[in-house]
Design a protein around this ligand. Sequence first.
Ligand SMILES: NC(=O)c1ccc[n+]([C@@H]2O[C@H](COP(=O)([O-])OP(=O)(O)OC[C@H]3O[C@@H](n4cnc5c(N)ncnc54)[C@H](O)[C@@H]3O)[C@@H](O)[C@H]2O)c1
Ligand SMILES: [Fe+2]
Length: 388
Amino acid sequence: MEPFRFHNPTTLYYGKGQIEKHLADEVLKIGRRVLLLYGGGSIKRFGLYDKVMNILKDAGVTVFELGGVEPNPRLTTVYKGIEMCRQNDIDLILAVGGGSVLDCGKAIAMGVKFDGDVWDIYQRKAQATGALPLGTILTLAATGSEMNAGGVITNWETKEKLGAGSPYTYPAFSFCDPENTFTVPRDQTVYGICDMLAHCFEHYFHSTPHAPLQRHLIEGVMRTIVEYAKRVVDNPTDYDARETIMYCSTMALNGMISMGIVGDWACHAMEHEVSAVYDIPHGGGLAILFPHWMDYVKGTNPARFASLAKNVFLVDGTGKSDEELADIAIEKVREFYREIGAPQRLADYGIGDDQLERMAAQAVRFGEIGHFRKLGKEDVLNILRASL
Ligand SMILES: NC(=O)c1ccc[n+]([C@@H]2O[C@H](COP(=O)([O-])OP(=O)(O)OC[C@H]3O[C@@H](n4cnc5c(N)ncnc54)[C@H](O)[C@@H]3O)[C@@H](O)[C@H]2O)c1
Ligand SMILES: [Fe+2]
């Protein structure tokens, strides 16, 4: 296991009734002027907006609103939010939604305390110098953004999608009530499942040797996702299934399972180039890319793939070589994606061969990507071509 430092200041509330019980106190600990950040109309349609507004008003909080945060949130919205916070002397951003709203909240929070263009932080030209406090209410199980410091923003002008994080951008508090995910449409539920599984894959197929407990934790989360995915996709109001999948998404991307596993990720780096240009759902892009990436790198470490087959897909490995098990594991991954109805090809989103060269070059502009096997531009291009 690599040496590591772990710190996570987020207070996490999980389950039914926690918002009613604790939201007002958590907000008042920080201040009385709140920017409420949300996406489309779904939180108004299913009643969460009214619930939150009533709690805040009863607590004597002054609320400013910024709705319409896009999926794959855009830099222009971040700028708008920074301006609103500065003009209205905001104490706390309360982000209510999926990963896009939460990530947008993190970018606004950093931008308010940054003396310059916040995009410089995403371009790795500058480091964050602070952030306004952020609280979150999660409505979609996918990203783990509720308990990590990272966030991803799209610059639609330059067609770039970049991630950044800082010690300042952990949410101060996050509320995860599975009932708030009941209304997530079938396709978004699928994309969320693909994203959380992808986070596990990025940890699992890492060159850093896993400590035994780490390996068990990651495999446990993956096995649970595989076991519950179909149930939650087919039964959107099955509380136990929603709760299990939500817990998996938080676990899949917070330091508790990935301690010491750091570095650039392979498929996320590629996917960001795809969704920066085509605005495709993040989890859908990952589901398309992963099997092809796996085919491409399996020879580097067949034993890790064999463990995936045996410990996640429960394949009987008796008499089979690691190479055979690696092929079985990849087929199992493909079968899983097919069963839940994940997208299969980049071409289904209108992506053509003519775009791939630029995407590949962009994906490696900060250096080679991935740790399991380092990928340069040609490797990325091969994987993108196979995924078309
Ligand atoms: N911060 C991180 O650690 C991290 C990790 C992975 C991905 N990301 C980024 O997060 C973004 C994706 O976030 P996401 O997958 O959570 O999806 P999202 O936030 O983009 O939401 C997808 C769609 O679902 C809708 N929605 C959300 N909750 C709903 C509900 N309860 N009922 C009905 N509709 C609902 C939204 O309005 C939106 O249209 C991408 O930009 C991705 O790159 C961030
Ligand atoms: Fe992701």
